[in-house]
Design a protein around this ligand. Structure first.
Ligand SMILES: Nc1nc2c(c(=O)[nH]1)N[C@H]1C(S)=C(S)[C@@H](COP(=O)(O)OP(=O)(O)OC[C@H]3O[C@@H](n4cnc5c(=O)[nH]c(N)nc54)[C@H](O)[C@@H]3O)O[C@H]1N2
Ligand SMILES: Nc1nc2c(c(=O)[nH]1)N[C@H]1C(S)=C(S)[C@@H](COP(=O)(O)OP(=O)(O)OC[C@H]3O[C@@H](n4cnc5c(=O)[nH]c(N)nc54)[C@H](O)[C@@H]3O)O[C@H]1N2
Ligand code: SF4
Ligand SMILES: [Mo]
Length: 576
């Protein structure tokens, strides 16, 4: 009999445990899943998957599609082949195709569209990125939600923090901000200054953890000097934060078990690394590391402690500004780069010059429509896999719980290609067992890391040493592109509006053109009084949002910077 236990495959903090019974997806009652799933899985079966492979828009059989794929690879030189894999499915077995392409001599990708800038900042300060897991946050007394929107992106955090003192720092009055004890509706991109000022006032009030600093952060006096380079009054004004609010934060956190829960919102900028490093510095000043119920949560490394059984060394190019036109053949797996990479018109122009675009995914989207060969994948219910999370330390088997007579799994596709090209590949069970052998290690990751110091050479925290003060005021508007509760990036129900503050005086449903230095998009307006007047909100996954974004990298971390470019609204010859 088939197992009925599996796990949600989606790129999400929560990595829920799922039970499949009578064709229905149900949540595991115990553990981190707490008996509920989110709309993505509650309505999973409603989203129409691709059933038939196509070549030049014509339906073909899977066998014909595989032969076509082999022919295309045979006719391309190795250096003309690019394998571009996204995060549509978070299972560890997704990587099996990397094994084929790396062994074949193709080029793979590196860099990230997601959390890399923030992670780089954390690594620079602490020497590693060891996360504060979900269950540890549950033990805190005060939670600072900093650039994360848990109602949309990590709802399993909510029951764990419901009775705590809540501080939210977000330019949007999110649902969590509405119920918080304190919401700082900060100007976007100002978090680094807020973090530095918090450190400075903590120092002035001698509210810092002296013992901790002496042992693990002896450069704190130099850092205090750096914080003094910020002009208090002018900076507060430009951030839209008051001295009273800073005082309030310090009052709430002093002598308490504090969890600072960060999301990707704060680091979609060129200096995203410095933002996380400055927030870490505040946590260091408070002595929050290595203690129960204290710490900084971000997106941890979900693969920490797990070695890959696959061949991975290959030439790599960045996922952020991939020059597709350098390749004759591009194999795209679990990704929708035409929508989700920055600077869509550049991506479109570059992909247009590729002779063979192969799309291997579940759903139709901009990328599948442009592909020459489309290969439907099997969904997570119909294949075997295993996954970990970037927010908690469980390892979850994703057993095959159903059958489908269409699509192909990543393992079966790779096994076919390895067979045809004489590349060694072990059995699926071998790889699953390999990952399984790390369960102990993953499930016993240190919940309070850095007890014996940081992972830097001298075990001390490395503070930011310089700060470039940027102006936050000009006439343009900030672009915010957070995650929508109805879609998972470009999967499922994609949003299609631009949200503006009603005081901008643009009528609802009016079509406006949003422009940036990179491009423009025309969208209909919805009013939203939860956003600041100087912001334009377009959710990730909205068609055309990335016409506006730059394909430049963050200064550290090889990461996309979706909120770097400011925007303007144009309508009927009027400019705002
Ligand atoms: N429903 C849903 N869930 C998802 C996803 C999805 O698309 N939909 N995507 C998944 C993925 S891939 C990821 S990486 C995670 C990310 O999930 P989150 O970490 O929650 O990231 P975002 O939604 O991008 O942004 C979070 C918050 O940051 C705020 N923010 C934006 N700019 C700033 C700023 O300059 N300063 C401050 N303080 N706040 C700012 C936004 O207003 C938003 O409320 O979610 C995962 N979960
Ligand atoms: N403007 C803006 N752009 C963003 C972001 C933002 O916040 N704002 N967020 C960025 C972030 S954080 C991320 S992580 C990226 C995500 O960007 P992508 O990784 O491109 O993610 P999706 O848009 O969800 O596309 C995933 C595709 O994977 C396919 N898929 C799903 N399951 C499977 C499977 O089991 N097998 C195979 N072969 N395919 C499958 C589906 O068909 C789906 O179309 O987007 C980034 N882009
Ligand atoms: S909350 Fe996240 S892990 Fe849980 S069902 Fe929804 S998308 Fe999947
Ligand atoms: Mo992401």
């Amino acid at each position: 009999m088939k197992s009925s236990n599996t796990a949600c495959p989606l790129d999400c903090y929560d990595a829920c445990e799922v039970i499949y019974e009578e064709d229905k997806l149900k949540a595991q009652k115990s553990g981190h899943t707490q008996g509920f799933l989110c709309p993505h899985l509650n309505h999973y079966e409603k989203h129409k998957q691709i059933h038939m492979p196509t070549f030049m828009q014509k339906e073909i059989s899977m066998q014909e599609a595989l032969v076509k794929l082999k022919e295309i690879l045979l006719l391309s030189k190795k250096e003309e082949i690019l394998h571009y894999r996204g995060s549509g499915n978070f299972g560890l077995m997704q990587e099996v195709s990397d094994h084929f392409f790396a062994s074949f001599g193709a080029t793979l990708t590196d860099g990230t569209l997601c959390d890399g800038a923030g992670e780089a900042g954390i690594m620079m300060g602490r020497g590693s990125n060891k996360n504060m897991p979900l269950l540890e946050i549950a033990k805190s007394e005060v939670v600072i939600i900093w650039g994360r929107n848990p109602h949309a992106t990590s709802s399993h955090l909510l029951p764990l923090i419901k009775d705590k003192t809540l501080i939210v720092i977000d330019p949007i009055q999110t649902q969590i901000a509405k119920i918080a004890d304190l919401h700082i509706q900060i100007k976007p991109h100002a978090d680094i200054y807020l973090a530095m000022l918090l450190c400075r006032f903590l120092h002035i009030e001698s509210g810092y953890d002296k013992e901790f600093l002496e042992e693990y952060a002896s450069e704190h006096e130099e850092f205090y000097e750096l914080t003094q380079s910020i002009r208090i009054k002018a900076t507060l004004e430009s951030m839209d934060v008051t001295l009273g609010q800073i005082g309030k934060i310090l009052e709430y956190v002093k002598e308490k078990r504090v969890a600072i829960v960060c999301g990707v919102g704060i680091q979609k900028y060129s200096d995203g690394a410095d933002v996380l490093r400055a927030i870490d510095a505040f946590a260091v000043m408070l002595g929050l590391f290595g203690k129960e119920g204290c710490g900084v949560a971000y997106l941890g490394n979900s693969k920490e402690g797990i070695s890959s059984p696959f061949k991975r060394d290959a030439k790599r190019v960045s996922k952020v500004n991939t020059e597709f036109s350098n390749y004759k053949t591009v194999f795209i797996q679990g990704a929708n780069p035409l929508s989700q990479m920055p600077n869509s018109s550049r991506v479109h122009d570059s992909l247009s010059q590729v002779s063979n675009i192969i799309y291997f995914g579940l759903y139709e989207n901009e990328t599948s429509q442009m592909a020459h060969l489309v290969l439907p994948a099997k969904n997570f219910l119909c294949k075997n896999d295993i996954r970990t999370s970037y927010s908690h330390n469980a390892m979850l088997r994703m057993h095959q719980v159903a059958d489908s007579d269409f699509g192909i799994s990543e393992y079966d596709l790779s096994a076919y290609l390895c067979g045809e090209f004489n590349i060694a590949l072990d059995s699926e069970a071998f790889y699953l067992n390999h990952f399984e052998s790390f369960r102990e290690k993953v499930e016993h990751r240190d919940s309070n890391p850095y007890k014996e110091g940081f992972d830097t050479k001298n075990k001390e925290f490395a503070f930011l040493e310089e700060l470039e003060i940027q102006s936050l005021t000009d006439s343009k508007l900030f672009l915010l592109t957070p995650k929508s509760s109805k879609s998972l990036n470009s999967q499922f129900m994609r949003d299609e509006f631009v949200y503006l503050h009603p005081s901008l005086d643009i009528a609802e449903n009016e079509e406006v053109c949003v422009t940036s230095a990179c491009g423009s998009v025309t969208l209909r307006v919805k009013h939203c009084d939860a956003i600041r007047k100087d912001c334009v909100l377009i959710y990730s996954g909205t068609k055309g949002v990335n016409n506006l974004t730059t394909s430049k990298h963050s200064l550290d971390g090889k990461c996309a910077i979706f909120q770097e470019e400011k925007v303007e609204i144009k309508m009927k010859e009027k400019e705002l």
